[in-house]
Write a protein that binds this ligand. Structure first.
Ligand code: GLN
Length: 537
């Protein structure tokens, strides 16, 4: 078993997660079985209760774990299936240790950060190694070197590497080499200092990945090598990508990072065949077609809030050799200015998941516009609930129909809580979470797109379609094209007299990869392209 620890220095948002994921792509394409793990130093047990402004998207796994969005990168860049073992927060570590303390497991001892907290962290690495049976475990430590709260994690990986030996564990540090305009130069000092900070706590990185806007020339690499005590060939340039994050694996391959990793860890694996990946990049850089998709949300200014949705749209584009321009639409702008002005000319409209009342009416207007103007519509989770409310109000004429999440006193609660959710009082980890099967209706558009009748998709919601209204909807052209196997929960709806109006209670975006675009996104982009083309004729 081999271990790679990825740390970050100087500033956050360097794309440590992407770098770890891209290394995963290369190693997997060398035939190695890889798994990836993220350690988050914050005290929340998981990010499930955090606001997207704090944390970005909450990424949901098959087993229902609510995790950091870097796990989304891990799954998209590789073929690994992650579980809750793959994301550890300080909150979880302390919770486990304190539970043990109360049980009396440490009877007689003083419970301390070292060794009790650090042991728990090390246990989690071993646990993943055993469960995954991977050849290589890549562990990313969240935060930046020098953060107080990250110290126990760094101490734990230092000990871990010592215990398994440096033939089996290496450190990769992702750092920043800024270009200072006034000097007209790339500057290495922040990198030197962040490596020094790591060495102070006993970690000497084997590989230094230098994030930079401009190329690192030879002299600079030599300087970094000398001052940071890192061999020249282990000073890696990772320049900002020109087009797409999916270029990162190819960039690291050009820098021979995977060769270096295999050499350091004594892994005997053939060079990766990246031809399929190159073809994905070709379609991203020079696609045959183009479409414009509107995503109507409320965290529009924050790129990370709908990360998996944006990525899945791009994958849908790859599947259709279609470049996608994503227009991020603030639902409140639609409320102010009307749908026509904002949504006109789009190839497709997508309403993603969400919580809370702000922007809801704007999203309902967007769904109405898509339905009436036959613009392709894809609704995800809240996007399905929105489509239902819109249809109830404007087609079934159920005045003031709503979800009880937004209007508890609505005369027509077409979206409501089921009894078991009504009993829930705790907020953390209590939604309907994780992968659950849905049965698709023979002859439906969605079954055709999937090419299957049973699918397993990930959920994260509390509210459901209210079955008291099923008959009334079914009599109109509102099709319940997917339900839970017992028929009780509505999973997918579609409109019969519309080229593409599909919405799911689950989140298909969490199962999409550039090399395996999700069928619903593939179909959505194909429909958007057809719609754009039709309009042009
Ligand atoms: N707020 C809605 C619910 O809880 C939708 C959740 C979501 O879109 N993820 O059911």
């Amino acid at each position: 078993m081999k271990y790679i620890f990825v740390t970050g220095g100087v500033v956050s948002s360097l794309g440590k997660g992407l770098t770890a994921a891209a290394l995963g792509t290369l190693l997997e394409n060398r035939g190695l079985k890889v798994t990836l793990q993220k350690f988050d130093p914050y005290l929340n047990v998981d990010p499930g209760t955090m606001n997207p402004y704090q944390h970005g998207e909450v990424y949901v796994l098959d087993d229902g774990a609510e995790t950091d969005l870097d796990l989304g990168h891990y799954e998209r860049f590789t073929n690994v299936k992650l579980t809750r073992v793959n994301n550890l927060t300080s909150g979880q570590v302390y919770q486990t240790v304190l539970d043990k303390e109360r049980r009396g497991d440490y009877l007689g001892k003083t419970v301390q950060v070292i060794p009790h907290i650090t042991d728990e962290i090390k246990n989690r690495i071993h646990q993943l190694a055993e469960q995954s049976k991977a050849d290589v475990v890549i562990t990313e430590i969240g935060g930046t070197t020098g953060d107080i709260e990250g110290l126990p994690f760094l101490e734990a990986i230092r000990e871990f590497a010592l215990e398994v030996g440096y033939n089996n564990a290496i450190f990769m540090h992702v750092t920043y080499v800024p270009f200072i305009k006034a000097a007209g130069e790339l500057k290495t000092k922040p990198t030197q200092q962040s490596v020094a900070k790591l060495r102070e706590i006993g970690i000497a990185p084997h590989i230094l990945v230098c994030r930079c806007e401009r190329p690192l020339d030879k002299d600079l690499r030599h300087k970094i090598s000398l001052f940071c005590n890192i061999p020249y060939e282990a000073v890696i340039e990772e320049k900002d990508v020109d087009h797409s994050i999916y270029e990162v694996p190819l960039m690291l391959q050009r820098e021979r990072v995977d060769d270096l990793v295999c050499r350091l860890l004594h892994l005997d694996a053939p060079a990766p065949n990246m031809a399929h990946w190159q073809e994905i990049i070709r379609k991203l850089i020079a696609p045959q077609h183009r479409v414009r998709i509107g995503v109507v949300g409320k965290y529009i200014e924050l790129n990370d809030a709908y990360k998996s949705v944006y990525e899945a749209i791009i994958h849908g584009g790859v599947a259709n050799d279609c470049g996608v321009e994503i227009q991020k639409v603030d639902a409140e702008t639609i409320e102010r200015e009307g749908p026509e002005k904002i949504l006109k000319g789009l190839g497709g409209i997508l309403v993603p998941g969400g919580f809370g009342e702000r922007g809801i009416e704007g999203k309902i207007m967007a769904a109405k516009y898509a339905r009436e103007n036959k613009v392709p519509y894809l609704g995800l989770c809240l996007g399905m609930q929105i489509a239902t409310i819109e249809f109830a109000r404007n087609v079934l004429k159920l005045d003031k129909a709503h979800s009880t999440e937004f209007d508890p006193g609505t005369p027509h609660p077409v979206i409501a809580l089921l009894d078991d959710q009504k009993k829930v009082t705790k907020k953390g980890g209590t939604m309907r979470l994780g992968a659950q099967p849905a049965q698709l209706v023979v002859g439906s558009k969605v079954a055709h797109l999937y090419g299957a009748f049973v699918v397993n998709e990930r959920h994260r919601h509390r509210y459901e379609f209210n079955n008291a209204y099923r008959d009334r909807f079914a009599k109109a052209d509102f099709v319940f094209s997917g339900t839970s196997p017992d028929g009780k929960l509505v999973e997918v709806i579609e409109l019969a007299n519309h080229p593409f109006f599909i919405a799911s209670q689950f989140h298909p975006e969490f199962h999409s990869k550039p090399h395996k675009p999700h069928p619903l996104f593939r179909g959505f982009i194909a429909a958007a392209h057809a719609h754009t083309h039709r309009k042009a004729l």
